[in-house]
Design a protein around this ligand. Structure first.
Ligand SMILES: NC(=O)NCCC[C@H](N)C(=O)O
Length: 292
């Protein structure tokens, strides 16, 4: 099957690329990978199963990559090494050196399913999927920071320009430093075309103003839960507009989304998401998002 295409963030998720964590994650050295004190490989593998069941329950087809012991512990965060467009996948080049080899896993999975490659980031350019947000089908917003550099942004701009896409780039703060993971998607999760969960204090100011000008309703993530979760309370995956999956344990953030009309499902994720610095969006690379 060759079905692919996605230039939006919350349309019904039909097809997704995911990698089940296994021995590479279980054996990961937390100091090497910058995993936090709640990291526990075996529990993380267990918690991932519950997350995958929620994705399956939503009716999404999962394209599975398997962890066969290649040592790529972060490869379960499939959101980052490639980006999908309506014209094919863009193979990205990771800013975290330990993750550079992951792109080849995505390239192989796409080739096996006859999903075309629209372009790739090369040379000194870096772009990570977590820094990319489709604001609408013609506008890709990118966070320039530790993981995504100007050379990468220039390359992706050239890849997408022939398809009528404008790329807008905004600077991200350093926050917890170069070793930590702060993506644009760490400070904003789109929940529907006109609704997003944000942590405004870390949003690029001009981006915040642009969202407001566009009439996008912004739910402010409660700051105490954002900090207590290492930012993961905000990393929320829409399986369709207003239907989302988030990590368990952050009731005020959940209630804020429910008050805005969202149906929210949760899964236990302290050993997986909080420890490894990536949430439900990071664990999924949408391959096809489309209104029915
Ligand atoms: N899109 C995302 O925010 N991905 C999270 C990636 C976490 C991973 N440990 C990393 O540092 O790259």
């Amino acid at each position: 099957m060759t079905a692919y295409g996605s230039q939006e963030m919350s349309a019904p998720l039909k097809r997704v690329l995911m990698r089940r964590p296994g021995s590479s994650l279980a054996a990961a050295d937390p100091a090497k990978w910058h995993y936090g004190p709640t990291f526990d490989g075996a529990r993380a593998v267990h918690q991932y199963k519950a997350f995958a069941e929620l994705v399956e329950k939503s009716g999404t087809e999962i394209i599975w990559l398997e962890d066969d012991g290649d040592g790529l512990a972060d490869a379960m965060f499939t959101h980052d090494p490639s980006l999908m467009s309506d014209h094919g996948a863009i193979l990205l080049r990771m800013g975290k050196p330990l993750r550079v080899a992951e792109t080849a896993l995505h390239e192989k999975a796409y080739a096996e399913r006859q999903i075309p490659i629209l372009g790739r980031i090369t040379g000194e350019g870096t772009v990570e999927g977590g820094d990319c947000i489709w604001l609408d089908a013609k506008t890709l917003v990118i966070g320039r920071g530790v993981r995504t550099n100007q050379e990468g942004i220039d390359q992706i701009t050239q890849i997408l320009a022939p398809h009528g896409v404008t790329v807008l780039a905004y600077d991200l703060p350093l926050w917890h430093g170069e070793e930590a993971c702060l993506h644009l998607m760490s400070v904003m999760s789109p929940l529907a075309d006109d609704l997003a969960l944000v942590f405004a204090p870390l949003l690029p100011a001009a981006f915040y103003q642009m969202l407001k000008k566009r009439g996008i309703r912004l739910i402010e993530a409660p700051a105490d839960e954002f900090h207590a979760s290492n930012g993961l309370s905000l990393n929320v995956l829409p399986t369709r507009p207003h239907e989302v999956i988030m990590v368990e344990g952050f009731p005020a953030t959940k209630a804020a989304m429910e008050a805005a009309g969202c149906k929210v499902e949760t899964f236990e994720a302290d050993a997986l998401c909080i420890a490894c610095e990536g949430g439900p969006t990071c664990l999924t690379r949408p391959v096809l998002r489309r209104a029915a």
